[in-house]
Design a protein around this ligand. Structure first.
Ligand SMILES: [Mn+2]
Length: 311
């Protein structure tokens, strides 16, 4: 499979790299790492994302090359970290599509699908490059490493295996700096974020004897604290960090509906819950956007879903 994918890349000239809308560190990092590699190979490559990537990732090499429109001529498209085609935010046209991901709920929408049980999509990218003896330069290593750090919560999740540390070690050898990346990711908070977190945590409610923790973020709260979407990053993990909490739920009001983010600690499969509402994700981290329901209704629905699994 690694060879087959790489041969397709080599024979294609006009290549587009794309990841899911509202890209996280993994979505952006894995697509940018491939961008660097293909640029070095002299390919006509375009990196797209239908939403402008968040500012906290602006240290990634070639961050400013990410476009919000697709080029006319596309021979090959590679999608990264995207569980279903509609989350790419584009129309399907006549091009060959390679789908690289690590979400178990991936719908296999590509012409080639490589869905591995890896800690990050960037680890899948690493596997492809390594298997084909492609040199990973410092810029690409920085992107792959950043994606690995963000998708494993700093090497803390169940997905972290000896293999993950081997990959991380290889990336450091290729020039990725753990200290630099850590500082860029975690030591550049905005004041609005702390102000926002204080208010958001104030909405915390506990259910099922403290096993479920819920926080609600309204547009009003966002406006009042001057917070932007990026500022909500990490909030749902903070709620999970409570000793009694098995599942944390963040509800955020958006134009399209209410976005839910779910995290679990030990035994609840939150990807099952997200899939039920048209979303997706992993066993311990997932999300969905729900339309035409109130905060209260959604809360009740999810608490019931958790209850079912706790039986
Ligand atoms: Mn990912």
């Amino acid at each position: 499979m690694y060879k087959k994918i790489w041969n397709k890349v080599i024979e294609s000239d006009n290549i587009v790299l794309i990841a899911h809308v509202n890209p996280d560190g993994d979505a952006l990092g894995s697509s940018l790492s491939m961008y660097n590699v293909l640029k070095n190979m002299g390919k006509n490559v375009t990196i797209c994302n239908m939403t402008k990537p968040a500012k906290y990732l602006d240290f990634l090499p070639n961050y400013d090359k990410v476009k919000q429109t697709l080029p006319k001529k596309i021979d090959l498209m590679i999608s990264f970290d995207c569980g279903s085609f509609d989350r790419l935010g584009i129309e399907r046209r006549d091009y060959f599509l390679i789908n690289l991901d690590h979400h178990i709920s991936n719908t296999n929408y590509g012409d080639i699908n490589l869905i591995e049980e890896a800690a990050s999509t960037s680890q899948v990218v690493f596997n492809i490059l390594e298997a084909n003896n492609v040199k990973i330069d410092k810029d690409s290593a920085t992107c792959i490493y950043t994606a690995l750090v963000t998708d494993t919560g700093n090497f803390q999740y169940e997905s972290v295996t000896a293999e993950v540390f081997r990959v991380a070690s290889e990336l450091v050898k290729c020039g990725a700096s753990p200290e630099f990346i850590s500082k860029m990711l975690y030591e550049r908070d905005r004041l609005s974020r702390l102000r926002f977190l204080a208010k958001a945590l104030d909405t915390l409610e506990l259910y099922l004897e403290g096993k479920v923790g819920v926080v609600e973020v309204t547009k009003e709260l966002m406006d009042k604290t001057g917070a932007i979407k990026d500022d909500t990053e990490g909030l749902v993990n903070m709620v999970r960090s409570l000793e009694t909490v098995e599942v944390s739920l963040l509800l955020r009001e958006e134009d399209e509906g209410i976005k839910i983010s779910l995290r679990s600690k030990n035994y609840v499969d939150v990807s099952k819950i997200a899939v039920k509402y048209g979303g997706g994700g992993h066993i311990r981290a997932s999300g969905a956007t729900i339309k035409d329901k109130t905060f209260k209704e959604i809360k009740e629905m999810i608490i019931n879903d958790v209850k079912e699994q706790l039986k």
